[in-house]
Design a protein around this ligand. Structure first.
Ligand SMILES: NC(=O)c1ccc[n+]([C@@H]2O[C@H](COP(=O)([O-])OP(=O)(O)OC[C@H]3O[C@@H](n4cnc5c(N)ncnc54)[C@H](O)[C@@H]3O)[C@@H](O)[C@H]2O)c1
Length: 686
């Protein structure tokens, strides 16, 4: 299995320094190389500046800056890359420079080192062939700024071995990136539609259809973005847009070539002039033209199997920060209208509407966007919630795809274990989609909320009752519904970086997906109440100490650990096998918390009347509870008391039974809205 230790980055410019920074931020050792000491120093200077800005914005502590910089080893000596497991090239975009570099790296690096290129316009295969180790070359295409933009295109070329590609994916995960799998083709996935989108804006300007300010505003509205195409080009450089369009045009044909307007602007070496006034009457027509380009290219990418529709959408949402991906936009608009916008374009350019889009228009169907992946490796089925742009939050579509994947794996007689995980390295599952709840509360359609939750309960019961061993790989956040989902499995393997909470009472509701009933059984009613009534976040080590998760391992070992356990599920500690871990072995702090939340003393915390003023812990807990929605706190407390006297199934039914009551409160709407509006809620107790 691929193992990633040390990473090399060649080229300490804009991209290389950012790649080194992000890689070191996530805990990996990095060798950063450039031609001259002063170039490397400049790169390290950029990194330091960004990290220090981060300290000002309270993202990092000063000590962390030194720690991160301590993991970056700057040098002008290429030989320092010899023992790296992965070397990422980010030098000038010049084919000969890159080819020579790859040949040189081949002579320096150990034979198994994988060489990755961050090229934007060359074929990965050309570099693989020039390297002398074609099997160990892949593409890793980052997006500016690589320490902030999470998207990573992971690109095997024709020669790449399975192992080299696996190392690329391991890097993606360990470096906290959202990787999308892309075939080695011009522009890969994202630039293939992003560059024509910029180009179309310049065509619209050249044709005199609207001015730059109007086009920018129309684009902002249609794509849900903060900057329109002209402002973006002014920020990132007109030359990049021009060169990218030229390269695509050379390889893919006339439609992709830079417009006259873009060429002229490039030759003039000027920025775009963007006025202040936008003409709203033109927005719809402009949006249709821009959407037509994106839909045409996205459907072509799908037809050519360059990337999956889901990954293309992720590319747009994560890499470009569009509100929706091209396929989601087409589904919302309907195939009839999407077809019309594309056929207007294909007629203008003498192209053909991609066959699948034409078929969807005939059938009235939608693009099949997957948010859950299922992969089987021998006796182990891996199910991954893959919606990293929303921290893998559950909504009805995701939940039903999850149920479908689980039932398929559960029904496969060759499968012995099932592993549930979340994509993107940041979250396992960060709860349920708040937007879905708000929409249904406002429309008074509580039944939709009930049905969604009930379906979730049914799935969790099937998971718990499965004859296979169901593992959860928790390598990031597990919040609310995400933790409740995890608790339905038999064994949770958490990375040291994982953290979890049941924050519902803070947003006006209670954990209705079995979280109260299950947590009470695994950690005891008292600590379950602590989790639910305070909503406190706990780290993996504490979760393990109180019995919420079964294993904690370093982030770099979680894949291997899960794989090993899942291959021999009989050896794993599972929730069914182990005793509730409370009683005697609890860390001292949790023993105190347990007492505070016992039937005898909880009342004091809740009414805050006879609180011991000397007891700092009790004061803190009472304060935490006081910020929560009072009805939610009361109801959750009652449900846990009643539920604890019942069987698990009865307790689960009980949680469902008061769902409508809690969602109908004013405080529920207030709490849920406060999340979307990023403000503190103000509860009335109504
Ligand atoms: N800028 C972007 O938005 C972006 C996005 C994705 C990919 N890329 C690609 O990333 C690569 C780097 O782009 P950049 O914007 O960081 O360029 P840059 O000019 O800022 O940095 C390139 C660095 O590489 C160094 N270098 C050149 N030849 C070298 C060699 N033989 N050995 C060691 N170092 C060498 C240079 O001294 C320079 O510091 C290019 O291939 C580019 O296409 C750029």
């Amino acid at each position: 299995m691929a193992r990633l230790g040390k990473v090399g980055v060649v080229g300490a410019g804009n991209m290389g320094s950012g790649i080194a920074q992000k890689t070191a931020q996530e805990g990996l050792e990095v060798v950063l190389v450039d031609l001259e000491d002063e170039f490397v120093e400049r790169g390290v200077g950029m990194i330091r500046k960004m990290l220090e800005d981060g300290v000002e914005r309270k993202i990092f502590k000063p000590a962390q800056v030194e720690e991160i910089l301590g993991r970056i080893h700057p040098t002008a000596d290429m030989n320092a890359l010899a023992d790296c497991d992965l070397v990422i090239e980010a030098v000038f975009e010049d084919l000969n420079v890159k080819k020579e570099l790859f040949a040189k790296l081949n002579g320096i690096c150990k034979p198994e080192t994988v060489l990755a290129t961050n090229t934007s316009s060359f074929a990965v295969e050309d570099l693989a062939l020039a390297s002398g180790r074609p099997r160990n070359v892949i593409g890793l295409h980052f997006f500016y700024h690589p320490a902030k933009n999470r998207l990573l295109e992971v690109i095997p070329c024709e020669s790449s071995s399975k192992e080299a590609l696996a190392l690329g994916w391991e890097y993606s995960r360990r470096a906290g990136k959202t990787g999308i799998g892309v075939v080695d083709t011009p522009g890969f996935a994202v630039n293939r539609f992003f560059v024509p989108w910029l180009n179309e804006a310049t065509r619209l300007l050249g044709e005199g259809i609207a001015d730059a300010a109007t086009i920018d505003e129309a684009a902002k509205k249609a794509f849900g973005i903060g900057m329109g195409p002209f402002l973006l080009m002014n920020v990132t450089g007109v030359p990049i847009a021009y060169h990218s369009a030229s390269t695509l045009g050379e390889k893919l044909g006339e439609f992709y070539r830079p417009s006259e307007m873009l060429r002229k602007q490039f030759e003039d070496g000027a920025k775009w002039e963007i006025g202040e006034q936008a003409d709203e009457a033109k927005f719809d027509a402009l949006a249709d033209r821009l959407l037509g380009v994106v839909f045409y290219v996205a459907a072509s990418l799908e037809e050519e199997r360059v990337a999956s529709v889901s990954d293309i959408d992720r590319g747009a949402k994560i890499g470009l920060r569009w509100r929706l991906g091209p396929f989601e936009m087409m589904n919302r608009m309907g195939a009839e209208k999407a077809f019309a916008t594309v056929s207007a374009l294909t007629e203008r350019h003498g192209l053909k509407v991609p066959a699948k889009l034409a078929e969807l228009r005939e059938t009235g169907g939608t693009w099949d966007i997957r948010y859950v992946d299922l992969e089987t490796d021998g006796p182990v089925a891996y199910i991954t919630v893959n919606r990293p742009e929303a921290m893998n939050a559950l909504n009805p579509t995701v939940a039903s795809q999850l149920a479908e994947a689980f039932d398929k794996a559960d029904g496969d007689e060759n499968v012995k274990s099932i592993v549930l995980g979340g994509a993107g390295g940041k979250a396992f599952v960060a709860g349920a989609d708040i937007g879905f709840f708000i929409k249904n509360i406002k429309k008074n359609t509580f039944k939709n909320i009930y049905d969604f939750t009930k379906d979730g309960h049914d799935l969790l019961k099937r998971i718990s009752a499965s004859a296979k061993t169901v593992f959860v790989k928790m390598d990031g956040l597990a919040l609310g519904g995400g933790l409740e989902l995890a608790l339905g499995a038999h064994c949770i393997v958490a990375s040291e970086k994982a953290s979890m909470s049941l924050p519902e009472t803070g947003i006006g509701i209670y954990p209705g997906l079995g979280g109260m009933a299950r947590a009470s059984r695994y950690v005891g009613k008292e600590l379950a109440k602590y989790l639910v009534l305070t909503g406190k976040m706990i780290g993996a080590a504490d979760a393990h100490a109180i019995g919420l998760v079964e294993y904690v391992v370093p982030a770099s070992e979680i894949d291997e650990k899960v794989r090993a356990l899942a291959r021999e599920p009989g050896r794993a500690i599972t929730k069914a096998k182990k005793e509730k871990s409370t009683g005697g072995e609890l860390p001292a702090e949790f023993e105190k918390i347990e007492k505070l939340f016992s039937d005898d003393s909880l009342g004091t915390l809740l009414d805050r009347e006879n609180l011991d003023t000397e007891n700092v812990l009790a004061q803190g807990m009472a304060k935490a509870i006081s910020y929560k929605a009072p009805i939610a706190v009361k109801m959750a407390n009652e449900l846990m008391d009643e539920g604890f006297k019942l069987t698990l199934d009865e307790a689960l039914e009980l949680e469902l039974s008061r769902l409508e009551e809690i969602f109908a409160t004013e405080d529920a709407l207030e709490g849920l809205k406060s999340v979307v509006e990023r403000r503190r809620p103000s509860y009335k107790g109504a």
